[in-house]
Every structure is written in C-alpha cells, then in structure tokens.
Design a binder for this molecule. Structure first.
Ligand SMILES: [Fe+2]
Ligand SMILES: [Fe+2]
Length: 222
C-alpha cells in the first residue's frame, strides 16, 4: 500500500498526529512518540531494535479515514487537552502520591518496594501544576486568539518542560520495574502500578497532542 511505502520516512510524531490509532501502536511497540516525536520511523525502530516491517504492517492496518483521536479545531483541541488530560492529572496524581506513600511504608522491607516513587510523584505534581497553569493562563488563551507571533519562546519552554516530564516517566518505569508488581503484591501495590501505568499513557498522549498536533500550528508562522 502507498501508506506503507511512505511511512518509514515520516517522523513518529507526524504519524501519531495524522494516523488515527497510531499512538496506540507506538505504545505497544514501546516507541516514544511524544517527547521524541521528531525521529523518523525507521530510526525509531532501529533505536529499539524493532522489526521495521512489523511496525509498518501494524500501522498500515489502521484506517486513515477513521475518526481522529482528538478534535481537529484548535479551540476544541485545547478544550479536550484541558478536560481530558489536565483535569485527569489533577485528580489522579494526588491519589497516586497517597497510595505510593502507603505502599512504601507498609512494604518498606520488601526488596522490590518502589522507594522514592512518592517523592518523584510529589515533585512532578508540583512541576505539572505550574506547567499546566502557564498553558491555561498564558499560552492557550493566546492560541485561541491566534496570536502566533509571540509564541515561539513560551512554546519552546513548554517543550523543554515536556522533556522533563518524559524523564520523570523513565524514572517511574525504573522504580516500578516497568509497572510490574511483584508476585506477592497486595491490592494497593497492584492498584498503584496500574494507576502509574495509566498516568504514563495519559501523560504521553497529552504531551503528544501538544508537541505534535497543537504547537506546530503556531511554529510554522513564527
Ligand atoms: Fe498541557
Ligand atoms: Fe504541556
């Protein structure tokens, strides 16, 4: 198919932005499509020692004419980012901090205890709150007004913050053995890792929508 022959030259960010369902395929293959979306598909596969053909086949099985993963209109997309992601992070992270503190205290002597996870969550919670406030109070209103001329600096600051958020996700993956609880994990521990995995999925999709879909609309005219 034409789609297959051109996929490997496009960046993973472009593919995730243009092909409905592609972000799910990237997540399955462990490809970072949000913070490092500027990498061509072939190179992204190569970096992770993945079979490029299998990856292209999975992407080609998606329907390019399917409903998009997020609204296309800029105002509606910003609304979606705020209601689906900002609000969800504000709800989910404090719960995870609480749960993590409990698991770390109750299982302090367990060899696989995710020591430091609650501190990491607490830190990202503070950073994300400041970051989301900047988007909500400054950047997004300017984007809604289509004031593209002075957005290059704030957008690059947001992209930098996103890289830090990506580093946080790497740290959580390491602390939780890639979100895998031990065999004898209690329900709280299992819930903590399930919640942390959900946070990872949400944060990646959130960053992807900003880095690969929303921000480029205001960078081409800068
Ligand atoms: Fe955001
Ligand atoms: Fe952001």
């Amino acid at each position: 198919m034409t789609q297959t022959t051109t996929l490997h030259d496009r960046t993973v960010g472009q593919i995730a932005a243009q092909l409905p369902g592609a972000s799910g395929v990237f997540r399955r293959f462990g490809i970072d499509f949000c913070c490092h979306g500027d990498v061509p598909l072939a190179e992204a596969a190569n970096r992770r020692n993945l079979d490029l053909g299998a990856l292209e086949t999975a992407l080609s099985a998606l329907d390019p004419a399917a409903a998009p993963d997020a609204p296309q209109d800029t105002g509606a997309l910003i609304d979606h980012i705020q209601t689906r992601y900002h609000a969800t992070h504000r709800r989910q992270i404090p719960e995870l901090i609480e749960l993590s503190r409990k698991v770390e205290a109750v299982h302090a002597n367990h060899p696989e205890v995710p020591r430091g996870l609650s501190d990491a969550l607490h830190r990202i919670w503070g950073e994300l709150e400041v970051h989301m406030k900047k988007e909500e109070l400054v950047l997004f209103p300017a984007m809604r007004r289509q004031a593209a001329d002075r957005l290059a600096v704030p957008i690059s600051e947001m992209r930098h913050d996103h890289d830090d958020h990506g580093a946080f996700l790497d740290q959580v993956a390491q602390l939780t053995h890639d979100y895998t609880p031990p065999q004898d994990a209690c329900r709280s521990w299992q819930a903590l890792y399930a919640g942390a995995a959900q946070l990872k999925a949400d944060l990646m999709e959130h960053i992807h929508l900003e880095n690969n879909v929303l921000f480029p609309r205001f960078e081409t005219t800068a």
